[in-house]
Design a protein around this ligand. Structure first.
Ligand code: ASP
Ligand code: MG
Length: 405
């Protein structure tokens, strides 16, 4: 008998029929002798709808009331799921985050979990019931209802798995796992059986949309194995767990791309101390989140500094950089929205030489120019023109033979 925490996302419980299908699946799992605890998201686009409603009603949108409003979405879903479970003959009980004993800090709209008491969940389990917990919520040390932020139900699930010492934490979603590339770009992309936490985190930063990065970090920090899988086909998905030192690590596990950033180049600045410091302090003072940075010293004693920022920060980053042109003696500031990044990720990269050479040769063979390069010990990222990024993903997937296990 295993204790399993199951998280169901918004599309998994998007309508009445989905609710009944999920309840049926939970029932089958319980009848096979397992104990199940559920964390459920708001149905479909409900969270977006509630947020939109709030913007129509209020300009100030106080955090306390926003959290009370948004968590209503999960509350509705948990009650409906328990009704469906009842009809499927599965005893269950719904719990708000507060009732489940999820204690958070007081940072409304993005609260952090401080403790999970879980007494009532243990009682329900002991009575043979399936506890269904409203996701992404808790009660603050100030006794107010709090929301954990977008994607917070994944975090709820991981926190419950840790507190209840569950055997696994299953993240049910509308994709059947984590793939070697986005299957919409690479039809031959293959579902990965396993990945380690570091690889998954690098994939999250390099453009992989699911699962939520914060929950992967939380799972890594608390040693909770994740199983990302489909709530539509119910087939086994991808395990995300600690690196097994006994197992040989895949050289390259996946190719990802990201079109959410833009590039700024500050050209012709003198090559002396303090230039980069002034520029990046000014950007930081405007809360601009800089990602990649590249600087080259030319033989003439001047340098160009390029950096990438999220698209929504491009205008501000350009303004800030332009306003410093005199102070840092730059000759030009160029803003370029038409870039994208392509990345290869793999834990085996650490011990295999020649991976970067193969990546660059592959892009060269496609006639794709590399504009910036950044690396970590298990990731290589190139900035390319946005209109060729899909071609780059396809070519790299093939070059590293990712369609074959
Ligand atoms: N419903 C919330 C959201 O969409 C929480 C979650 O789904 O994890 O952000
Ligand atoms: Mg959601």
């Amino acid at each position: 008998m295993a204790l399993v925490v199951m998280k169901f996302g918004g599309t998994s419980v998007g309508d009445a029929e989905r609710m009944r299908t999920v309840a049926d699946y939970i029932g089958r799992t319980v009848r096979r002798g397992n104990q199940v605890v559920v964390a459920v998201s708001a149905m479909g686009k409900e969270t977006d709808d509630l947020l939109h409603l709030a913007t129509q009603v209020s300009v100030s949108r106080p955090g306390r009331e926003m959290d009370m409003l948004i968590t209503a979405g999960e509350r509705k879903a948990m009650a409906l799921l328990c009704m469906a479970l009842h009809d499927a003959g599965v005893p269950s009980e719904s719990f708000t985050g507060s009732q489940a004993g999820i204690i958070t800090d007081t940072d409304h709209t993005r609260a952090k979990i401080l403790d999970v008491r879980g007494d009532r969940l243990r009682e329900a389990l002991a009575q043979g019931k399936v506890p269904v917990v409203g996701g992404a919520q808790g009660v603050s040390t100030g006794r107010d209802v709090t929301f954990l932020g977008r994607g917070g139900t994944d975090t709820t699930a991981v926190a419950l798995a840790r507190a209840l010492d569950a055997d696994s934490c299953e993240i049910y979603t509308d994709v059947s796992g984590v793939f070697t590339a986005d299957p919409r770009i690479v039809p031959e992309a293959r579902r990965l059986k396993r990945l380690n936490f570091e690889e998954m985190l690098e994939m999250c930063t390099a453009g992989c949309p699911k699962p939520a990065m914060r929950s992967v970090e939380f799972a890594r920090n608390h040693h909770v194995r994740l199983h990302v899988r489909s709530a539509f086909t119910w087939e086994p998905g991808t395990w995300i767990e600690e690196e097994d030192p006994e197992l040989e690590q895949a050289m390259i596990s996946a190719v990802t791309s990201d079109s959410s950033e833009a590039k700024v180049t500050v050209a012709g600045v003198p090559d002396h101390p303090g230039v980069a410091a002034r520029l990046f302090r000014a950007l930081a003072d405007h809360s601009i989140n800089v990602d990649m940075i590249e600087q080259n010293v030319s033989l003439q004693g001047t340098t160009d500094i390029s950096f990438t920022v999220p698209h929504e920060d491009l205008a501000t980053a350009e303004e800030v950089s332009s306003s410093l042109m005199g102070a840092i003696e730059a000759t030009e500031v160029l803003a370029d929205p038409d870039i994208a990044t392509v990345s290869i990720i793999g834990a085996g990269m650490k011990t295999h030489p020649g991976i970067s050479a193969t990546m660059f040769e592959t892009l060269a063979a496609e006639g794709i120019n590399i504009e910036m390069i950044s690396t970590s010990s298990i990731r290589l990222t190139c900035v390319v023109r946005a209109d060729v990024v899909d071609k780059a993903v396809v070519a790299l997937h093939r070059a590293f033979n990712l369609e074959n296990e």
